[in-house]
Design a protein around this ligand. Sequence first.
Ligand code: NAD
Length: 492
Amino acid sequence: MTQTQPATRHVPEGLPTHLQHFIDGEPRDSVGGATFDVLDPVSNRTYATAAAGRAEDVDAAVAAARRAFTEGPWPTMAPRARARVLNRIADLVEAQDARLAELETFDTGLPITQALGQAQRAAENFRFFADLIVGQTDDAYKVPGRQLNYVNRKPVGVAGLITPWNTPFMLESWKLAPAIAAGCTVVLKPAEFTPLSASLWAQIFTEAGLPRGVFNLVNGIGEEAGAALVAHPGTRLISFTGETTTGREIFRAAAPHLKGLSMELGGKSPVVIFDDADLDAALDSSVFGVFSLNGERCTAGSRILVQRSVYDEFVERYAERARNVVVGDPHDPRTEVGALVHPEHHERVLRYLEIGKTEGRLVAGGRRPEHLPEGNYVAPTVFADVPPTARIFQEEIFGPVAALTPFDDEAEAVALANDVQYGLAGYVWTRDLTRGHRVAQAIEAGMVWLNSHNVRDLRTPFGGVKASGLGHEGGHRSIDFYTEEQAVHVTL
Ligand code: NAD
């Protein structure tokens, strides 16, 4: 493992020491003044407190969003006018991408170069949905001489947006951009581990000219603020990204209200590598796929299935690459794996390393790096010969940990790929394109990359199957989620 060592802990200038809600255009503390502590993952010291939202705060935020929806002007503005605001948001995000990345890295432990990429992608999300609503067309059906039937698309109302701690700012943008593009008003509940970058939205939106009350933010603990948002009769929709177990809880809580739900949940995605593949490209991509973003990536290819004839060579080269990943200070531009988000998550990943040692053959990592005695660091870890019954094969670890397993033929590869509860992403590497398409289509996953790095076209559907999610976002599907399509029938 290559090393970088923080000489001194980097603390961004002007770091806030208290994070408030943003309700009806104003920063606010919680009714009753409750707060929670926010740590940075390099020192695990509390650097700020955040307002801990309760049901009363969620009530106030939903009421503000409701007023902005019913009194307007946002939901009824022309798409072009809304798009101008979205483009200004994108400009403002882009103009402060370095600052955003610095704060995100400080709060999450993500490597700074990768946090910068995520900030730029957040801007791109706003631009994309601005373009999409301007180009939006809706269906019309004519029965000559008798009837015209057309679709009247309308924003649904107040959307509750609940987001996780991995790449928080970018994932918030992935919900905020289509929701407000569609004309909804929103209440965002960001993850409690990483509320810092979300605190920047208020100023960005205000400066871009988003009307008061369209965007509201309530910080807080999931079981309290998040649960209150889900149970609130005023939120017509919940878009949730997070763990599968939380998704199930939200599904249950939303059921009595028959709310619209979009669920982006966990994953344990397979990378299937046949012996005729471009092994260099497969190696580059699969190393990046599980060790970038600290392995805290929902689409991480964390189960690497390799055809037996090239398996030993691949394991050796993979382990060597993992040993050379640069682990260290997240603010150092040379760093490839930074600190995991929180001590609780760090402990959980370390526990999986111990489990893995009893289930597979450790060929790289397997511990905290020696040169980093403090902070939530984990050496990039590779287990070989992992059987499909192993917990490290079945369970989402959400850290820099890869499980390698051999297979003999295509049928076994597909069976292994599908032998988990999850179905978010899959990756296939082969030069036989007929087989490539066949295997890609046989994998039970919402998204498959064939001989391709994990890069997304924003027009494509994004979402999982099985325990990885419900519904798809991405492109027009996101707009469909945040709008109702009313049919109007007219006699000619
Ligand atoms: P989490 O489920 O613990 O928390 C996600 C959000 O839900 C947080 O804001 C949390 O406060 C809130 N929450 C928790 N309990 C709640 C409840 N009872 N009611 C309402 N809200 C509640 O997830 P996490 O640990 O923050 O994120 C990591 C998980 O997210 C991983 O499983 C990862 O795979 C998944 N993820 C999925 C995608 C995807 O697109 N499929 C993308 C990123 C992350």
